[in-house]
Design a protein around this ligand. Structure first.
Ligand code: HEC
Length: 128
């Protein structure tokens, strides 16, 4: 019978210190500089559009189809300032939003002209 070897109970100091101090700093040194920009600022409405400019565009781009002489296409004529003003919301729809007037842009209307008509309407479509 073998002598049972005396067991040595080695107390391992398993106290492995988990040191939280070694955690990487979570600070944000690269904080993107975001200068306070007042985003509530409305888009620059631009200068007041003169009705004379609106009339000039209509004469150049629309009147060939929308005049009593020879024939008002779609029953619409822009012969008088009041005719243009009265159609402002439809002009915005067809010329600025849908952009399907003039049809096929047959009169070569420019984006700047569409923008100007849109701005005139935004500003209240006045005749001054
Ligand atoms: C080549 C001819 C032609 C030109 C140029 C033209 N139109 Fe028209 N327009 C038409 C015809 C055709 C109609 C009727 C059919 C339709 O509504 O698409 C019409 C209809 C309209 C209507 C009434 C339809 C609605 O939805 O209320 C408006 C408003 C209008 N045009 C605005 C304009 C403006 C503003 C211009 C110039 C920027 C212009 N048109 C240039 C041919 C033309």
């Amino acid at each position: 019978m073998n002598k049972t070897a005396a067991s040595l109970f080695v107390i391992a100091l398993a106290l492995t210190a988990c040191n939280p101090a070694a955690l990487p700093a979570t600070s944000n040194p690269g904080n993107p500089a975001t200068p306070a920009q007042p985003s509530s600022e409305p888009a620059d409405p631009g200068l007041k559009v003169a009705f004379a400019d609106v009339e000039g565009i209509v004469q150049q781009r629309c009147i060939s189809c929308h005049s009593a002489n020879p024939f008002p296409q779609g029953g619409i004529s822009f012969d008088n300032p009041a005719d243009i003003q009265a159609r402002a919301s439809r002009i915005r729809l067809r010329v600025v939003q849908q952009r399907n007037m003039p049809p096929g842009n047959s009169t070569g209307m420019t984006d700047a002209e569409r923008e100007l008509l849109g701005r005139w309407i935004e500003q209240g479509a006045s005749r001054d």
